[in-house]
Design a protein around this ligand. Sequence first.
Ligand code: F6P
Length: 324
Amino acid sequence: IKKIGVLTSGGDSPGMNAGIRSVVRTCAFHNIECIGIYRGYEGMIEGDFKSMNARSVKGIINKGGTILKSARSKEFRTVEGRKKAHEQLVKAGINAFVVIGGDGSFTGAMIFSQEYNMPVMGIPGTIDNDIFGTTHTLGYDTALNTVVDVIDKIRDTASSHNRLFFVEVMGRDVGHIALNVGVGAGAEEILIPEEDLGLDRLLESLRRSKQSGKSSSIVVVAEGDKIGKSVFELKDYVEEHMTEYEVRVSVLGHMQRGGSPSCFDRVLASRMGVKAVESLITGKTNCMVGLKNDVMALTPLDQAIKGQSKINLELLRVSDIMSI
Ligand code: F6P
């Protein structure tokens, strides 16, 4: 392998820049040319490439977002789109690539590498932590810290006004963020897609909180929660059934994807980049690098995509006990 491409794809996450830096510098260390591919697969199709050296990635380890930009490419899902991308890679002499992204990005990489026999390696980058084969995806730890910090602030105002807050957090179809920030920020209830609390139990729990002397409460709701009501409908529902609380809603949104990566994410990104490039050098392909028992491990892309990331439901019980 003489030239390795690197791209970020799908929703961005803090730590992607640290991952790019690591891929570029590991390539430099092994005398391999590294090519930055801009705007994910969109840029691959258009040949939006730039040669990068160790100095191109200076000063980015602490920056949120991705200097390579990111996109969710519809065209790359088509045979024609991937053909164009392959032509661009061949023209630029790129022999392999590392994609930093989530399961959609990995699906694209897997199909592409099978069609064109091109070595690919994935680095899991998403705040959702919804990838099998790693205990942590890049950006997840930072997002947890960002959200805990915000909920602490919401609690200040909730407690000043004796209010109940529904705080909606990201996570797509999984509840990793909600569950962990719920425990970390001391929420009274946590609603996640993996466990349907039900409206009756929610009301019961809120009444119990009130009776136990709490004047304000925080309920963390995962955006993919299956209780059957949006956070705004939940507010109306609770206000209809309980007069004890004045209710407010806060949907945190994309601020959860921004900000300077935590030390954990920076270290993880640095390790993952080294592992990804060195795995390609030793002839490995079609895999994702991940963290397992504090060791870097490879998981075949098809398993990473299809497998279920394990959520620690024991945390729900911990949360119940803590919110007594
Ligand atoms: O996958 C990351 C994520 O932030 C999810 O948590 C969220 O559901 C989604 O992306 C939002 O996507 P977009 O940035 O396209 O609105």
